[in-house]
Structure formats: C-alpha cells, structure tokens
Design a protein around this ligand. Structure first.
Ligand code: NAP
Length: 279
C-alpha cells in the first residue's frame, strides 16, 4: 500500500487556535504554487506540548508554527535554536530534520523589518532613534530586530515598567526606558515609532498617547492588524506620518517557514493579503 508520508504536512500549534489566520495564508500559498501539502490548525494544551511536538515528525510533519502560549516552552524542547530565537527567548517556527530533530527559529523580527521595508523602501532604521510602545513578547522581537538593523537608540515605554527594564538589561545601553505616562515625550525626533501593545485591537481600548512631539518624517507602525487602521495609525497619518499596519508582519514572518517546509519562497503580495482578509 502506498502511504502519503511524502506529502508534507505543517500547521500552527496554539491554544486557542481557531482565530489563527496562518492556515488561510499557507493554504493560499500551497494552492498558488500547486504544492501537494497541508497546513492545519492544531489546538494543543500546555501539558501535551512536549509529547505532541516530538510525535508530529513521525506523522509526516515537516514543521510547525507555534503561537501563544507555547512560544517560550518550545525553545526549551528544541534540539537546536537560532541566535535570534535565543535572544528573543521564544520561537515561532519549528522545522523537523529527517531524523525528527527540532530546529527552532523566531521570524517575528524578520517579519517586522520586511513589512516596513516593503511598504516604505526609503525607511532607514539606522538614521535615528526608534520609540517602542509595549514590552511584551512582540516587543522583544521588534527591539532585537531594530538593534540588528542599526537603530542608534531604542526608547521603550510600557505600562509595567519592570518589563521595559528587563529589555534594557538584556539588550543593553542602546535601550532607554521611559515611564508609561511619559510615552509622548519619547516620540520627539524618533524616526521609527511602533505600537507593540495589544491596545487598539478590536475589543480593547485605543492606544492613547499624546502625539504632539511626533516627527512628521517618522514611520509609524502598529503591530495590531484587527482592525487594520487603528485609531493610533489614523492620528499619526493625520499629522503627516507614513503609517504601516501590522498585517504585513504576519505575512512576512510566515514566509521563511513556508520556504523551509515546502521548498518555495512565497510572495507576500496583495493576493496573500486578500487571502487572510477574506471574511
Ligand atoms: P503580550 O506579550 O501579552 O504583551 C502585551 C503588551 O500589551 C504588553 O506590553 C502589555 O503591557 C500591553 N498591554 C496590554 N493591555 C494593556 C493596557 N490595557 N494598557 C497598557 N498596555 C497594555 O502580547 P504580544 O505577543 O507582545 O502581542 C502584543 C500585540 O502585538 C497584540 O496585539 C498582537 O496581536 C500583536 N502582534 C502582532 C504580530 C503581527 O505579526 N502583526 C505579531 C505578534 C504580535 P503590560 O506589560 O503592562 O501588561
């Protein structure tokens, strides 16, 4: 009997997972490139994660994306870890070797940078300070990517100051911590401004930060992508800034995994955006 073991399987592991847009995106790319593979959502509880990720390669999985709440746990379970995943302290992309060994990477920072470069080709992160609102998991990826891209200074304000302080301790002296109530002050002369908090998401309050000091030459990015145009982005656009929504980061962070698992570098274009946005 022939088996389907040669048909590559991939998916996204999280809990909950029903809301994930990744199956639509990878499904779109698989169809577009005519690849005989599957990408499925996998709801896995915290207690089962170790067993499941070791079992998957035996079932034909070539890799998986990992999302909340497993991103930190899988880093400890992997056989090898990229420097950037180690630095961020979390992994979102696992690739299985032929012998089932697990290679862990984090592509969120790559996705963040690629999104800004695609939408603002003239953006030069090394040309001036960056201001980051928030200090959660996404902020860690953004800060490490901005440092790697040469940002001379990264200012961080977070509601819970201790989390910003932890980022400064880990990422070094180019990181400067501001109080949350002074977040408006850190925008002055910043060339890159990023909301990495969950504020502005559907169902959450808006991010309210005074934008008086915002440089009209600043590129302003919101990691939130539902809605696409947050009030924060609308306010920044009204002041003349170039604004970039968070959907492109979601698309770009997925591309390296797809290429590793299915052998084709997928294009991040309007069709990919539409596939994810389709109701
Ligand atoms: P997280 O680790 O839970 O961090 C949440 C952040 O939001 C923390 O800085 C938290 O501050 C802040 N926050 C939450 N509620 C707040 C409130 N009421 N007032 C002030 N600050 C508040 O989550 P995450 O993984 O970093 O994700 C953060 C956001 O980025 C989410 O909206 C997520 O969807 C988005 N994201 C987008 C992409 C993409 O590809 N576009 C990728 C990753 C994440 P405290 O530390 O004080 O709690």
């Amino acid at each position: 009997m022939t088996t389907h073991a040669h048909i590559p399987l991939a998916g996204v592991i999280g809990a909950p997972i029903a809301h994930s847009k990744s199956p639509r995106l990878h499904g779109h790319w698989l169809a577009r490139y005519g690849i005989a593979g599957y990408y499925i959502p996998l709801e896995v509880a915290q207690n089962d994660i170790a067993e499941v990720i070791h079992l998957l390669p035996r079932m034909g999985f070539v890799g998986v994306n990992v999302t909340i709440p497993h991103k930190e746990t899988v880093l400890r379970l992997a056989d090898s870890v990229t420097d950037r995943a180690a630095l961020i302290g979390a992994a979102n992309t696992l690739t299985y070797a032929k012998d089932g060994k697990i290679h862990a990477d984090n592509t969120d920072g790559y996705g963040f940078i690629a999104n800004l470069r695609q939408h603002v080709p003239s953006w030069r992160p090394a040309d001036g300070p960056a201001a980051v609102l928030g200090a959660g998991g996404a902020a860690r990826a953004v800060v490490s990517a901005l440092l790697e891209a040469g940002a001379p200074e990264i200012r961080i304000a977070n509601r819970t100051r201790a989390r910003s302080e932890a980022l400064r301790t880990e990422f070094g002296a180019r990181v400067i911590v501001y109080d949350w109530v002074q977040a408006g002050n850190m925008l002055e002369d910043a060339l890159t401004v990023v909301n990495t908090t969950a504020l502005g998401m559907t169902g959450k309050p808006d991010l309210r930060v005074p934008l008086d000091g915002l440089n009209p030459r600043a590129v302003v990015n919101d990691l939130v992508y539902a809605p696409l145009q947050t009030q924060f982005l609308k306010n920044a656009a009204a002041l003349g800034c170039i604004t970039v929504d968070g959907l492109g980061m979601l698309l770009h962070q997925a591309a390296p995994g797809f290429e590793r698992w299915f052998g084709t570098r997928p294009e991040v274009d309007d069709a990919a955006r539409a596939a994810v946005l389709d109701p």
